[in-house]
Design a protein around this ligand. Structure first.
Ligand code: HEM
Length: 459
């Protein structure tokens, strides 16, 4: 058995002091990719965070995230408290408390609840479609990443609160904007995320804390207003307020606040990035774009998508899924070994960080033919069934901690493309491949510049 001769799988050469730290700062995803190309399916690194194993085979990913899930823990404090921003929301909480919360929050995202959400999504997306009207007439240049961030915030507001809280609520807007810039701004990188270095600088920390306070007062006011209403409603906030555990206990205001923040913070950036990548892949694949337009014309006949019609947009949805394969915003999922495990022939020592990278799995040759090729057909019903290894595709993670917003995200982006593409054409300002960065999300590094045009215009 190899582990007996050599306890560590192969990996790149390391600097005696810095390990692979310099490459990690420059481009963490490239470091992992090269490691995989040169050393195979299990690679050892010395990252800033400590000894790390990169797991590249879908079956090994399945072992870490699903089968042996008890042997691995999430990063972050064992208390399950994510600090002043995340509190004890789903993202940070652990153990029995997390399980209780997951059961309370999950019903708001069950598949049968998605259909009725379409009307609210369309309301949110229409605001972008209308804002784009004059811009399209003048052929204006926009940054699609900024546009999609705004669209997603607006639609999340509709789904959670049944209104455009972002536009209507200044403290909430200020809070979200600052937190977004802080967490996903241009300086965001693996290192700053993990070490929180920037947040330690006093001025920055003060601004961040003030933004959290503004956000909290806005959220508590929205919660109080709803609790006093005759009916809590059936949007996501209403579902959270009405949820009861088996003992009949509901959530405190603070817990509802923490879950709302987890949904906003967790949901908004990755979804905006994914929607941006969809514009990118469509622009670079005119045949696919043409097929989407044809499907929209046949199914929607010029009408906004509805609960019934959005289900029929199989190809458009396949475009979203294939885009998430090639450009997964959550490019890595990290765990830490709690106890010893064996992966393949190797021993994983307690304390080792284990990185599973959807970006790498989504290209694994054992699971994908022509992995670099954009082929939405892979996700149409017939072909989907042929895929054997479940974790060869995991843009939303896997196992217990699978993203709670997975169905919602696919619905949101499909509805957004359907609504906007019926009215507007998007042309990228540059034809070449975009430069991507892998920080808290995998995204276009400098946004994605494009010009807008009315549908059917030649120029
Ligand atoms: C393209 C969009 C999205 C991507 C790529 C994504 C990705 C992920 C991934 C990979 C995880 C698991 C992390 C881990 O295992 O360590 C996760 C968890 C989570 N996501 Fe998403 N997500 C997206 C959209 C959303 C949306 C729209 C929401 C909410 C409205 C959301 C809420 C959450 C929450 C609350 C968790 C924590 C679940 C738990 O631990 O129980 N996400 N997401």
């Amino acid at each position: 058995m190899q582990a007996l001769q050599n306890p560590l799988p192969p990996g790149p050469k390391q600097h005696w002091l810095l390990g692979t730290g310099i490459q990690q700062v420059k481009n963490p995803l490239r470091l992992l990719l090269r490691g995989h190309q040169r050393h195979g399916d299990l690679v050892h690194f010395n990252l800033f965070e400590g000894p790390t194993l990169l797991v590249c085979h879908p079956e090994h990913a399945q072992q870490v995230l699903v089968e042996n899930v008890r042997k691995y823990r999430l990063l972050g404090p064992e208390s399950g408290n994510g600090g002043p921003l995340l509190g004890r929301g789903l993202f940070a909480s652990r153990g029995d408390f997390w399980m209780r919360q997951r059961r309370l929050v999950q019903p708001a995202f069950h598949r049968p609840r998605m259909g009725p959400m379409v009307a609210g999504l369309v309301r949110g997306i229409e605001r972008t479609a209308e804002r784009w009207e004059p811009l399209a007439r003048s052929g204006a240049r926009v940054d699609l990443l900024t546009e999609m961030r705004q669209l997603v915030i607006s639609t999340l507001g509709e789904s959670i609160f049944s209104r455009d809280v972002y536009a209507q609520n200044e403290p909430l807007r200020g809070g979200i904007d600052l937190i977004t810039r802080d967490m996903h701004g241009p300086r965001d990188s693996l290192v700053t995320t993990v070490l929180g270095l920037l947040r330690m600088l006093p001025g920055r920390r003060r601004r961040f804390m003030a933004a959290i306070q503004g956000l909290n007062s806005a959220l508590y006011a929205l919660i109080a207003e709803r609790r006093q209403a005759p009916d809590v409603g059936d949007d996501i906030l209403g579902m959270l307020l009405g949820a009861r555990d088996p003992q009949g206990e509901g959530m405190s205001d603070q817990q509802v606040r923490d879950e709302l923040v987890s949904l906003f913070v967790g949901g908004h950036e990755a979804t905006a990035v994914a929607a941006t990548w969809c514009w990118y892949t469509l622009a670079r694949n005119p045949e696919a774009q043409q097929r989407v337009r044809q499907e929209l014309a046949e199914v929607l006949r010029g009408q906004p998508p509805s609960e019934a019609t959005v289900q029929q947009l199989a190809y458009t949805r396949a475009v979203v899924e294939e885009t998430l394969r090639l450009h997964p915003p959550a490019w890595r999922v990290t765990r830490q070994a709690r106890e010893e495990d064996r992966i393949g022939d190797w021993t994983v020592a307690p304390g080792t960080l284990v990185v599973v990278s959807p970006y790498i799995l989504h290209r694994h040759p054992s699971a994908w033919e022509e992995p670099e090729r954009f082929m939405p057909e892979r996700f149409l019903a017939e072909q989907r069934e042929r895929r054997q290894q479940r974790l060869a595709y995991m843009p939303f993670g896997a196992g217990q901690r699978l993203c709670i917003g997975n169905h919602y995200t696919l619905l949101l982006i499909t509805t957004a493309l359907a609504t906007l593409m019926q009215r507007h054409q998007v042309r990228l300002s540059s034809e070449g491949p975009v430069r991507a960065m892998s920080g808290s999300t995998y995204r276009p590094r400098d946004g994605l510049m494009a010009t807008l045009h009315p549908v059917g215009s030649a120029s």
